[in-house]
Ligand binder design. Structure first.
Ligand SMILES: [Zn+2]
Length: 305
């Protein structure tokens, strides 16, 4: 029993460290709760979030900030603030070009928040749960890819619609109308690439510009662009589109802004806009984790592979 005195000693200091880490993460979780509640309520007052959207933002904000730390939490805020700024940019012009997508009544509800923030929340939970540095490194890259995709998508949507040239479908190249799912413009794609890179650079700076993480901005750029292209691809192929008989208009929504129930026009009924957003962040996150593999600092393989 007492043949190996080094082991109980090691355990003791490990236990102290774990207790310290737990206390630190509790403070961090509380800070995350306060910060995300404050930002959520501000967004509610500015009409960017609905009540259920605030609840979703608080859950996502608390987990990412509480388990991922400052860099994770502030990256989420970077996505949210930059997207809000761009959505207010030339808002009237956009409502005139594509009323359905940019109408004033479009507060983000919990479904929309979960679609963009669900993957981020899951990665933060995994990051907080695993002690393995290599797995944490991978999950961190995945998080950067998720935020890059969400940022790329929003920047592309908010700026691409202002393109002087009409969008083309990503699949066939056929001309389509602004605001149509699956339609891309060079302005929108440029904004997507820039958004992905900006979010990655921001994350890298927050992580202290570490040389070991030098690949992260590039990984965010590539994975965010892949996620955004996948979003457009689903939009052009399987995304559910509906038709509002009251307004004689195509829409992505089952209940139109006018309040009327729409009917299914094409696409898979369950492939809603929220589902498309969720799947594209999933693809962006996976792409980032794959791209991170050659840069893993430890020589040991991750514990779940
Ligand atoms: Zn309608």
């Amino acid at each position: 029993m007492s043949t190996l005195p080094a082991i109980p000693l090691l355990h003791e200091s490990g236990g102290k460290q774990a207790k310290h880490a737990l206390a630190k993460s509790r403070v961090q979780l509380l800070l995350g709760l306060f910060l995300s509640t404050g930002i959520g309520l501000l967004a509610y007052r500015r009409r960017s979030l609905s009540r259920s959207g605030v609840a979703g933002a608080v859950v996502t904000g608390t987990t990412t900030f509480g388990l991922g730390g400052w860099a994770w939490g502030l990256s989420l805020i970077f996505f949210f603030v930059s997207s809000s700024l761009f959505s207010h940019f030339r808002a009237r012009d956009k409502a005139a070009i594509a009323a359905d997508k940019f109408s004033k009544g479009s507060r983000r509800d919990i479904g929309q928040v979960a679609a963009n923030g669900g993957m981020a929340t899951l990665l933060a939970l995994g990051y907080g749960a695993t002690p393995s540095p290599v797995t944490r490194e991978l999950l961190q890259a995945g998080y950067a890819g998720v935020i890059a995709t969400a940022t790329a998508d929003t920047w592309a949507t908010e700026l691409g619609v202002l393109s002087p040239h009409p969008p083309r479908l990503i699949t066939t190249g056929a001309l389509t109308t602004p605001g149509t799912s699956g339609g891309i413009t060079s302005l929108g794609t440029g904004a997507a690439i820039l958004g992905a890179l900006a979010s990655g650079l921001f994350f890298w700076i927050l992580r202290g510009c570490r040389r070991s993480l030098l690949a992260l901005p590039l990984i965010a750029l590539i994975s965010g662009t892949i996620g955004n292209l996948f979003d457009s691809f689903l939009g052009a192929t399987t995304q559910a589109m509906f038709y509002c008989p009251a307004c004689d208009q195509e829409t992505e929504r089952q209940i139109h802004n006018c309040g009327a129930r729409t009917r299914s026009l094409r696409g898979l009924p369950w492939m809603t806009n929220d589902m498309v957003n969720f799947l594209s962040t999933l693809v962006g996150g996976l792409a980032a984790m794959l791209l991170q593999l050659p840069f893993l600092r430890s020589k040991h393989p991750p514990d779940f592979v």
